[in-house]
Design a protein around this ligand. Structure first.
Ligand code: FES
Length: 112
């Protein structure tokens, strides 16, 4: 799984849902393939393309839930959750389905 943030100037590359064969950053048109490799960028030496890619993110699933970990050196999550398995078993988490999503725009200072 790759980050959705362009390594050039940190723009969000894709929003919403769907399928694409390439992902073009809206800021300066750097273009990535679905594996996150840079495949094109205006005014860049083609020899540099192989050196640039979207950041690879660690993804683990547990009980049907997805967890992204930004720490490459962190230990695996699932072994640390075994104590919860018995307590959460009656909830059948792996069988749950998304029935609604929502987005809230909040006027706030996210830095404080
Ligand atoms: S921020 Fe993505 S191409 Fe510049």
């Amino acid at each position: 799984m790759c980050s959705n943030v362009c390594p050039h100037r940190s723009a969000v590359i894709a929003e919403e849902t769907g399928n694409r064969t390439v992902f073009r950053c809206p800021y300066h048109a750097w273009t990535y393939d679905p594996q996150g490799r840079l495949v094109g960028a205006p005014h860049i030496d083609k020899a540099r393309l192989d050196d640039i890619s979207l950041k690879e993110l660690r993804l683990e699933t547990w009980q049907g839930l997805a967890f992204v970990n930004l720490d490459d050196s962190a230990e695996a999550l699932a072994p640390n959750l075994t104590a919860l398995e018995e307590r959460l078993a009656p909830l059948h988490l792996a069988e749950h389905r998304v029935i609604m999503t929502d987005t809230l725009d909040v006027t706030c200072n996210w830095k404080s």
